[in-house]
Design a protein around this ligand. Structure first.
Ligand code: SF4
Ligand code: SF4
Length: 204
């Protein structure tokens, strides 16, 4: 009977003279480990709005909507929304980012709040649509990124050349509002979707 009591007494004395195991938060700031996985943060310089991260997010914390503009004349836009109240900090978005720098998990951990609606952020990217049929091709930033990635090989693709030279359409093309005409050989130097480009190549 005495031995267990002596062991407990020893443990109590050890605990009194040991360093503290708990933190003093909120009296002192919480220091998280170097590789802590907290709130995902976009780097809007490096993010091209391609949507790859949206496709790999297991909880739909990342979502994407594309608006092609149209009759009211507003330019086509892609919106990517991050809801960090549904994020599980798995890191899939960071690991699969096309540019490898567009989104990274930060060390922000204190994300609690009372209003779920405020736990979201949305970023907008200009969309490029096909000048012939109005189909969505991708974001303008993505086309420019591809041009830079491909180097001289990009010269085989007029859409990428036009993207780089800043000649992309500022607004939704007229052809989105009217019935699309057949692709003509004169469309060679226009921004075309893969389907229209294929038709053009058959015609050439
Ligand atoms: S960390 Fe995981 S759950 Fe959170 S946004 Fe990225 S992919 Fe989605
Ligand atoms: S995968 Fe990277 S570059 Fe593409 S939208 Fe997500 S964060 Fe941006």
């Amino acid at each position: 009977m005495r031995l267990p009591k002596l062991r407990e007494l020893k443990e109590a004395v050890n605990a009194v003279f040991s360093p503290r195991f708990t933190t003093r938060f909120p009296a002192e700031p919480c220091v998280v480990p170097e590789r802590y996985r907290g709130k995902p943060e976009f780097d809007l310089e490096a993010c091209i709005g391609c949507g790859a991260c949206v496709n790999v997010c297991p909880t739909t914390a990342l979502t994407q909507t594309d608006e092609t503009g149209g009759m009211d004349g507003h330019p086509p836009v892609r919106r990517i929304t991050l809801r960090y109240d549904t994020c599980i900090f798995c890191g899939n978005c960071q690991d699969n980012c096309t540019t490898e720098k567009g989104i990274k998990l930060s060390n922000q951990w204190d994300l609690a709040g009372l209003d779920r609606a405020s736990m979201a952020e949305t970023h907008e990217y200009d969309l490029q649509t096909c000048e012939k049929c109005g189909a969505i091709i991708g974001t303008k930033k993505h086309l420019v990124w591809l041009y830079e990635k491909l180097g001289p090989l990009a010269y085989t693709n007029p859409s990428l050349l036009l993207a780089k030279s800043g000649e992309l359409l500022k607004e939704a093309p007229e052809t989105m509002q009217a019935a699309p005409e057949e692709v003509q050989t004169s469309d060679f130097m226009r921004v075309l979707c893969p389907k229209c480009k294929c038709e053009l190549n058959i015609r050439l």
